[in-house]
Design a protein around this ligand. Structure first.
Ligand code: S3P
Length: 450
């Protein structure tokens, strides 16, 4: 009997080399930010190409509960009627962010500098994730947090009507924490600064400028940078075009790169240098990736990616590259599994607090598929097959993690026997239409019996 809450197992069968041209859905990071800054500006912001995945829809719902107008036209244009900086209303309901860590943490920053109380919850995965990293700086600004186990959701944010501007040094490289502090600083008088020891994705800074805020970015002598926002700007509604998500393009890119004879064109992909670490890594492993038709789309660089399959070699991924490919390590493991030699991924302990413990989930799933893998506290070592098909024939546990699900479906394409996943529902959080898009390129992914 079918049930609304039932898991949705999928299986990926061995397939030939992928071929064709596709467009992947809009960038998740940029989509969350477009909705949030639209809600904090005066006037009507329009967004084209918004990611209509569950994570972004959860942020849209939360912003409606906070009083902003968020609507979708039939042609797919989203319209946001903002209330201005500091103009949101106390929500009458609990804000349920589902699986969306970015939505939750960025919105905690927003409400921290509003004089009202908000309650946040999410799914089982999000309620396991650490929130102290945002609570700590936001309490310095003047908000208070009341959280389960001191740090986890469900939690309440008691916002302040008199936020203080702060200078904050990030203890972990996290664009979410940087963004939460800057968004809280919007409603504080004076300058709010975030010092990041390693540069992380800069979509918040870029988009704040696009909406009219004054943001300075200084490179620091010791590496990293300092981002300073002048508080209490008037943000003006604008038009935003969201590029395709490089983190979604990553799946088709890896599936093509590992198979001689494959050729895939992925159109309109964001290539912000703080997001493209995976493509640089694949190129170092020997993959043929061209960035065709480079152009600017509303302040973000985009290109059409052309990926041709071949033989890859294992490498040691430089740990300092981690922030620019933080979400791509699971799918990089698939490239590493097919490469010749050993791929070493270190300095990625942050992966343990993503939608799942991604180091543990990848190590378990790769081993079960017949790939030699070593799990380290801060990373993974994968011994590649040199192009030979890994055994496969297993079903892996996705732990409510969309990127674990999609990565193992890519492994199945190149395995000797099908690779199954226990639940494909989370794929819709970031990549609605994933199965159809991949099958259109020649993949063989289908529903599996429970
Ligand atoms: C994101 C930042 C990263 C990334 C996440 C999206 C963002 O998280 O993993 O998928 O949009 O700011 P961290 O800030 O935790 O590194």
């Amino acid at each position: 009997m079918s049930h609304a809450n039932a898991q949705k197992p999928l299986v990926s069968c061995p397939a030939g080399p992928l071929k064709g041209a596709v467009q992947v859905p809009g960038d998740k990071s940029i989509s969350h930010r477009a909705l949030i800054l639209g809600a904090l500006s005066i006037g009507e912001t329009t967004v084209q190409g918004l990611l209509e995945g569950d994570d972004v829809l959860a942020t849209a719902g939360a912003l409606r509960a906070l009083g902003a107008g968020v609507e979708r036209d039939r042609d797919g244009t989203w319209r946001i009627r903002g209330l201005g900086v500091g103009g949101l209303h106390e929500p009458a309901t609990v804000l349920d962010l589902g699986n969306a860590g970015t939505g939750a943490r960025l919105l905690m920053g927003v409400v921290a500098s509003h004089d009202f109380v908000s309650f946040f919850t999410g799914d089982a995965s999000l309620c396991r994730r650490p929130m102290a990293r945002v609570a700590e700086p936001l309490e310095r600004i003047g908000a208070r947090f009341v959280a389960r186990e001191g740090t986890r959701m469900p939690l309440a944010v008691i916002g302040t009507g008199a936020p203080l501007p702060i200078e904050y040094r990030l203890p972990v490289a996290s664009a979410q924490v940087k963004s939460a502090v800057l968004l809280a600083g919007l409603n504080a008088p004076g300058e709010t600064s975030v010092i990041e020891p390693e540069p992380t994705r800069d979509h918040t800074e870029n988009m704040l400028r696009h909406f009219g805020a004054a943001v300075r970015v200084e490179a620091l002598a010791e590496g990293g940078r300092k981002v300073t926002l002048v508080g209490q700007p008037e943000l003006t509604a604008t038009a935003i075009r969201v590029p395709g998500d490089p983190s979604s393009a990553a799946f088709a890119a890896v599936a093509a790169a590992i198979r001689p004879g494959a050729e895939v064109r992925i159109e309109n992909v964001g290539i912000n240098p703080l997001r493209t670490g995976l493509f640089a890594t694949l190129q170092e492993m020997g993959a043929a990736i061209d960035f065709a038709n480079r152009r600017d789309a509303g302040g973000e660089p985009v290109a059409d990616l052309v990926v041709r399959g071949g033989r890859l070699k294992g490498i040691a991924v430089p740990p300092e590259r981690a922030p620019s490919m933080i979400d791509e390590y699971p799918v990089l493991c698939v490239a590493a599994a097919l490469a010749e030699g050993t791929t070493v991924m270190r300095g990625i302990q942050e992966l343990r607090v993503k939608e799942s413990d991604r180091i543990g989930a990848m190590a378990a799933g790769l081993a079960a598929a017949g790939i030699a893998v070593e799990e380290l506290p801060d990373g993974l070592v994968v011994h590649g097959s040199g192009g030979a098909a890994p055994a496969g024939g297993n079903r892996i546990a996705t732990h409510m993690d969309h990127r674990i699900a999609m990565s193992f479906l890519m492994l199945g394409l190149a395995a000797a026997a099908p690779v199954g996943i226990d639940d494909g529902r989370m794929i819709d959080t970031s990549f609605p239409g994933f199965v159809g898009l991949m099958n259109g390129l020649g993949a063989r992914i289908a529903a599996a019996p429970a």
